[in-house]
Design a protein around this ligand. Sequence first.
Ligand code: SAM
Length: 331
Amino acid sequence: MIQDNYGRGVSYLRLSITDRCNLRCFYCRPGKGSQFIPHKNILTYEDMLYLLHAASGMDVQKVRLTGGEPFVRRDILYFLHRLKSELPEMEIRLTSNATLIAGKIRALRDIGIKGLNISLDTLDRDKYQRITGQDKLDNVMASIDRCLEEGIRVKINAVALKGINDDELGDFIRLAMQKPLDVRFIEFMPIGEKSLWKEDYYWSSSDLLLQAAEIAEMVPVGSLSRNHGPARMFRPGRGLGRVGVISPLSEHFCGTCNRLRITANGRLRTCLFSDKEYNLLPLIRSRKIGPDRLRLVMERAGRRKPMGHKLWSREKQENSLCRRVMSSIGG
Ligand code: SAM
């Protein structure tokens, strides 16, 4: 198993399968032009399978496919199918904006995808268009309902943005009361070279929970419920679903971080907040070298996994912690 110098074990990979996205969320991919990774450097599905086989030999038990938007990648269902059949023990998760999944939900269920994390920052159609640049809210809401009908667990992730979606807290709580899904608010992080992060947007989890308690009784969900990751979850009133917060800034969870990230061009990042990257692409592509060498590099890199919150206090520049934007790291 990959073990770092702080005694943390790594059992979870977040793999960005593309840096391209069909949405243009103002805080995620700011700036005018987009510089994408050239196609020849993007991991192929064969590359990814090779990497994941190697990782599973190091006790990595869970992979989250992210992006960019994973569903802009052609033949993703084919890849999921192969991944599931070649590594049946590996838990597969996906993070998506759910704008492109409408015709794929039954197939996802059939492949064995048990849950989807769906990014959704607003329940207001006009605002959705202003945030993302696209008029797709109805489409997303319909896909959420279809996922629930097919028995796919839904976790909605909303970036908590003061002045943007704090007026919708009640609507999100009501959504979680009416439908059996989780809504999780994640604190806005200062990521990416031209990050728009500023104090004015920062809506802390503690403020959010105080406001939530004025809207509904927020009953903490005990430790018996598994799979929360770094989220603190609550059941609002007698609701069907749950509401929670993820607080990377106000209550960092570096001490229990068990993840490594791989970008779409095969760069290993041991911490979201650190720009230190290890280029795995040549090791993945030169199959003659064999997976042991790849595992060795991952193991050595993993050992040096930093405590992200220390970088936060030490290296904080203006308004961004690392240069790569979230859509290119794989959020
Ligand atoms: N396209 C997919 C999606 O929308 O879920 C996956 C990639 S997207 C980069 C992953 C998540 O990162 C989204 O929920 C997005 O809102 C979040 N995100 C992007 N920039 C962020 C930031 N600065 N702070 C917190 N979350 C951020």
